[in-house]
Design a protein around this ligand. Sequence first.
Ligand SMILES: [Zn+2]
Length: 91
Amino acid sequence: MPQIFQVLRCYKCRVFQVQQSKKSLKWKCKMCGEKQSTQKVHGSGSGSDCRKHVQKLNMLCGELREGVEMSSAAKISPNKVSRVSCCHGEL
Ligand SMILES: [Zn+2]
């Protein structure tokens, strides 16, 4: 019988990760080492399935975070700067 894994999310560092499914609800975050109990299972299945799911979830969250950073960085992007200098030329 293949091992069942679960996709869990650390409440502290908010990172999705694969944990081996076990009777106990207690697990330890691989990133920050925080011990916690399972609040929500985001997915379960084989190890490779869970790893793929974790990658997807972490990527989506990373994109959201980067999206904020990118929008603030866009203000000083070369395109914006040239547009600003165009406006100045018109004025
Ligand atoms: Zn953590």
